[in-house]
Design a protein around this ligand. Structure first.
Ligand code: PBG
Length: 321
């Protein structure tokens, strides 16, 4: 036998030498859920080992993140007050604005990305402004989304990530940010965001489940991939700097297709349902924790340059072992 593939598997050293995919902390973004109030660090029931944090607890959190080598966070606000127009989302003293200012006050070593959406802030839980018939009014919503993005950037956000799936939001937001002098603030677009059941634990964590209906008139049908290519194309035309596929694990084919079709940084969101399933299986001894690394590697191998994951802390600890 001349060809023996096992030669390159025969020792740890040679396996390390030929490994094709590596997970590095530099490519991971860790989501944080910020709540109103003081002295709150409360584990989220649906997301084991993930916490609701009040702004005053961010110092402790930031220290832990630095210790673990986590440099990128994505902020989600869980406001006390909701209304039809999601006014808290763009309030100067809104929860994300306060948290952003606090992290920026504490350190220059953490890059703050904010999720731009309305569902946590609207009384009806939809990602935009409703028409009387319950349909999300696309063009009216754009004004609000841009206003939210601008208020986050004014508070110090380094990057914004719109997750609403309205048409034309990237272009609208780009124009708004540029007009205010923020032409160097990048936009990471949730471009191919599917109407997925894997967001269940997040909606519990962010109190953002729609009070009626579902999100299928704005988020994508899980059965489609041509549509993902069209969505990504539009977002790039409108000025997106990074494009995202969400969720990740059930959509690895979409990640690969986007990576092969566009020369852009691709992010993938390893969503709450993907996290909780695996986390609970590991906690209950059904799976070894190596399964976590294997699933994150699969997302990177599929073509994601950047991974947003609740596993960032676990991964940091595993990489150090
Ligand atoms: C807001 C938003 C959602 C997620 C990120 N941003 C929920 C949704 O669209 O219903 C989901 C994240 C996760 O499940 O981890 N629109």
């Amino acid at each position: 036998m001349i060809k023996r593939p096992r030669r390159l598997r025969s020792s740890e050293l040679v396996r390390d030498l030929v490994r094709e995919t590596r997970i590095e902390m530099d490519n991971l973004i860790y989501p944080l859920f910020i709540v109103e109030g003081e002295n709150i660090k409360k584990e989220i029931g649906s997301l084991p080992d993930v916490y609701h944090l009040s702004v005053d607890k961010l110092e402790e959190e930031v220290n832990e993140l630095k210790e673990l080598g986590i440099k990128y966070v994505m902020l989600f606000g869980v406001p006390d007050e909701k209304d039809e127009y999601g006014k808290e989302a763009y309030a100067e003293d809104g929860i994300v604005q306060k948290a952003t200012r606090e992290i920026k006050r504490l350190t220059n070593d953490i890059y703050v990305i904010t999720d731009i959406c309305m569902c946590q802030y609207t009384s009806h839980g939809h990602c935009g402004i409703l028409r009387p018939n319950g349909y999300v009014d696309n063009d009216k919503t754009l004004e609000y989304l841009s206003r939210i993005a601008l208020s986050h950037v004014e508070a110090g956000a380094d990057m914004v990530a719109p997750s609403d799936m309205m048409d034309g939001r990237i272009g609208h937001m780009r124009k708004t940010l540029d007009a205010a002098g923020y032409e160097n603030t990048p936009i990471m677009a949730y471009s191919a965001k599917y109407a997925s059941s894997f967001y269940g634990p997040f909606r519990d964590a962010a109190h953002s489940a729609p009070s009626f209906g579902d999100r299928r008139s704005y988020q994508m049908d899980p059965a489609n991939t041509d549509e993902a290519v069209r969505e990504v194309e539009l977002d790039i035309e409108e000025g997106a700097d990074i494009v995202m596929v969400k969720p990740a694990l059930s959509y690895l084919d979409v990640i690969r297709r986007i990576k092969d079709n566009f020369n852009m940084p691709i992010a993938a969101y390893n969503v709450s349902g993907e996290y909780s399933m695996l986390k609970l299986a590991v906690k209950n001894g059904l799976l070894d924790e190596k399964a976590i690394m294997e699933s994150i590697v699969s997302i990177k191998r599929a073509g994601a340059d950047i991974i947003i994951t609740y596993f960032a802390k676990d991964i940091s600890r595993m990489l150090r072992k």
